[in-house]
Design a protein around this ligand. Structure first.
Ligand code: FAD
Length: 464
């Protein structure tokens, strides 16, 4: 029986990053993972495979929609679905093996199997009980279920995100339940691959939680790309029919009942914290009323020496939030100061165009009672965006009207997911909009639109 300084349960972006940072700080570390491969939801069935399919389907879309416009002629590109799946799987395994390499490099023991907390300082894997000074719960999340809609990923008809990443064939039609990040990303993939996609959302907006102007523009752009939206609709049930499934929903505005059929139904109604079989009740670890592990400001649960991070605890369910918490918890356990700035966590939707946001939306900034000012710049005024035929969006920056301090930024446009980090850094430094406006930006880049939005908050944007 080995004694560790730290056993991390779960090797997703929260857990593996926590394990690596703790090992770098000189702790003796093990990480328990029940999957065959490291990397958690993110690397195996989340961020990485979805981005591989988004990339491939985006390129396909470019060949069909824009190549001729640029004088690139040739036979119409066709999809070999099994090869595309192969490319996706290779991308995944390249990354998961990379984590295995990092574990070896940092002398982290991978305890293969499902971990159970036997009590403070005791983790059981298989028949072995390992002793440790500290435990970090990093067990992540699982797809949320929906009453009346039974998921069966093997059958490939009513699927969750994991099933949707590995469908046996490209369906001719798809219903996506939920217009959140996962639903819109995977809906975009299949729409570009030729499926007729209908998105059904309970709320009256797409991309809930995003800035309202961005939501409207995003819906407009996706509609132009061929996605259909039914908003304000409560799904009642899904039934098997010949060649697919029939979905019944009620429109909230008049309670009228409707049905729609498709070859595939993707349930993308969010995710729930996953702590099943972990033994938390026996160990006395408290949960919130929504089933997340309760933690204090130092990621410690109510039981000293047991910490929790990532999707298993409250907050945005994002890989980079989990990673930040993983590093911070490791620092705390090693006796140092761990810190996560929850006000500056970017959120990105990797469609084309990308949507990215950080900080307060205009609505939230107003609700906070501050006096604010808003600067906007359309990509129509950005030469680079026009050259790559993606000038449909805008950059919107929100600043405090009295101090000029940046409070938030929302981008819909090319490279939004990369550009947002300029504002993350600016916000970390407490920058004013003028600081960004006075920073020279290379031409021609899409980042110039960020500067122009900052200029719009002061002396005025140039290219409008
Ligand atoms: P997870 O990644 O869920 O890892 C937890 C791990 O713990 C799992 O491997 C699980 O097997 C293991 N585990 C659980 N219980 C035990 C146990 N008892 N013993 C041993 N092992 C156990 N986020 C982004 O930031 N960007 C994106 O682009 C993005 N895209 C996504 C796309 C999809 C389709 C999905 C589903 C999610 C996406 N996410 C994205 C969310 C992201 O995957 C999660 O926020 C992130 O993986 C959370 O990390 P985690 O370490 O908390 O948990």
């Amino acid at each position: 029986m080995s004694t560790y300084d730290l056993i991390v349960i779960g090797a997703g972006p929260g857990g593996y990053v926590c394990a690596i940072r703790a090992a770098q700080l000189g702790l003796k570390v093990a990480c328990v993972e029940g999957r065959e491969t490291l990397g958690g939801t993110c690397l195996n069935v989340g961020c990485i495979p979805s981005k591989a399919l988004l990339h491939a389907s985006h390129l396909l879309h470019e060949t069909h929609e824009n190549f001729e416009k640029m004088g690139l002629m040739g036979a119409k590109v066709k999809v070999d679905w099994s090869k595309m799946q192969g490319y996706k799987s290779e991308t995944v395994s390249g990354n998961t093996k990379g984590i295995e390499f990092l574990f070896k490099k940092n002398k982290i023991d991978w305890l293969k199997g499902w971990g159970v907390i036997e009590g403070p300082g005791k983790v059981k894997v298989g028949d072995t009980v390992y002793e440790t000074k500290n435990i970090v719960i990093a067990t992540g999340s699982a797809p949320a279920t929906l009453k009346g809609v039974d998921v069966d990923n093997d059958a490939g008809i009513v699927v969750d995100s994991t099933g949707a990443l590995a469908l046996p064939k490209i369906p001719k039609s798809m219903i996506v339940i939920g217009a959140g990040v996962i639903g819109l990303e995977l809906g975009s993939v299949y729409s570009r691959l030729g499926a007729e996609v209908t998105v059904i959302e309970y709320l009256d907006v797409v991309a809930p939680g995003m800035d309202a102007e961005v939501q409207k523009q995003f819906q407009k752009v996706l509609t132009k790309q061929g996605l259909k939206f039914v908003l304000g609709a409560a799904v009642q049930k899904a039934e098997a029919v010949k060649g697919g499934a029939k979905l019944t929903y009620k429109l909230k505005k008049d309670d009228s009942e409707h049905t729609v059929e498709a070859e595939t139904v993707l349930v993308a109604t969010g995710r729930r914290p996953f702590v099943d079989g972990l033994g938390l009740e026996k160990a006395g670890v408290a949960l919130t009323d929504r089933g997340f592990v309760k933690i204090d400001n130092h990621w410690q649960t109510n039981i000293p020496g047991i910490y929790a991070i990532g999707d298993a605890v409250p907050g945005p369910m994002l890989a980079h939030k989990a990673e930040d918490e993983g590093m911070a918890a490791a620092e705390v356990i090693a006796g140092k100061h761990g810190h996560v700035n929850y006000d500056v966590i970017p959120g990105v939707i990797y469609t084309t165009p990308e949507v990215a946001s950080v900080g307060l939306t205009e609505e939230a900034a107003k609700e906070s009672g501050r006096k604010i000012k808003v600067g906007k710049f359309p990509f129509m005024g950005n030469a680079r965006a026009k050259a790559v035929m993606q000038a449909d969006g805008f950059v919107k920056m929100i600043a405090d009207a009295e101090t000029d301090r940046i409070l938030g930024c929302h981008i819909i446009g090319p490279n939004a997911g990369e550009m947002i980090h300029e504002i993350c850094v600016a916000m970390e430094f407490g920058a004013s909009a003028e600081d960004v406006a006075l920073t020279c930006h290379a031409h021609p880049t899409t980042s110039e639109a960020v500067r122009e939005a900052a200029l719009a908050l002061g002396g005025g944007a140039i290219h409008v």
